[in-house]
Ligand binder design. Sequence first.
Ligand code: PMP
Length: 427
Amino acid sequence: RFNHARFIPPDAIFALTAEYLQDSHPQKVNLGQGTYRDGDGKPWVLPSVTRARETLSAQGLNHEYLPILGLQTFREATAEAVLGSELFAQQKSKLATCQSLSGTGALHLAGLLLRACQSPLPKIYIPEPTWSNHHQVFSSLGFPCESFKYYDHDTRDLDIESYYSTLKNAEPQSIVILHACAHNPTGCDPTKEQWREIAQLMKDRQLFPLFDAAYLGFNSGNYDEDAFAIRYFVGEMEMEAGICLSFAKNMGLYGKFRGYPPIWRAKRKRSPELIENAMIGERVGCFMLATKTSEAAVNTQSMLEMLQRSEVSNPPAFGAKIASQVMGTKELKEMWFTDMVTMSGRIRSMRKALYDHLLSFGAPGSWDHLIRQSGMFGFLGLSPEVVLKLKNEYHVYMAGNSRISIAGLNPSNVEYVARSITQCLKD
Ligand code: PMP
């Protein structure tokens, strides 16, 4: 039966991290995986999240099943945060929501629902370049995926004309993947004006917007600002839309707990429950569907319930409880917004520091694109040969397309990275 099974090479970014971990060079730098690091290069547990965990722990956590659609308070708080209170109040009865296994799980649920609702299967238009998993998620569900040019490698900017032209010529009823903000990997987003044009073109052509919203609040530090496109499509344009949310980046809930914040260390001995909680995985996301009628919302939600039941039965509770606590408590929500400003601010300052060092070392070429981009990533524009050389000779690790996670930079390594890039380019 399995004699003809194909070997699938490991995922490039996860394989790169494994290589980095094996490297014993003292100056090694990991700019591959998109995970936030603090100024000392350490994973950061958001203070708002720490506080939420303490509250939950004091309340006494249990390990019961959640409902199939996930934690109700989490689903509501998420929808309200994304749409803003006013639009949420207007749209509430027309929304279907389902907790998911982080952003990837939300995309997968979206694909399952769209596949069940549309026959023949619609095309999915995906920007090129994009997050490496988009094609895999949707092609594994059988969708025909078509890339369109999003980024111009010469101008090192968004190719808006190619974007518009794709939408004007797209097959009606198709689906388009839209990065809600902080496009991965290019860091180039449409302006508000361009978003308005994109929405109009999509509406005219009856295209379905599927927002991948993995970086809300993380881009600018302002959640409302980052949710502009979603709110515009749903609110102003009154369009149906799917929204796939992740709390990995903006709440730092990537996977499992990786270290105790200082406040916990003292308590650790006294509270075995804290240790137990710390071992629980917490990946959490949400799929939200904005429909046109309350009947469509009830029906699609019932379909999501059936699809979720057949996939994972019901989602894990811990991350949803944390996120719900953070978003549902006024004080913690304010702390969370401050945490997002801290993260996005540190990333911005490292972006600038890298840029300044590259200029001061006289790195060949222009680097303005680095400070034009925003979000977690910098798209350097280096050749695969230079990327390889940086890894092999300088122990600086980055994705093959020269995307770097700016969060991997800190005051102790940014100069080294800039010098290494400069030397590689001058050699
Ligand atoms: N979409 C994009 C654009 C991403 O960059 C990521 C994470 N790298 C995700 C979705 C999904 O992430 P997760 O499943 O970890 O929430």
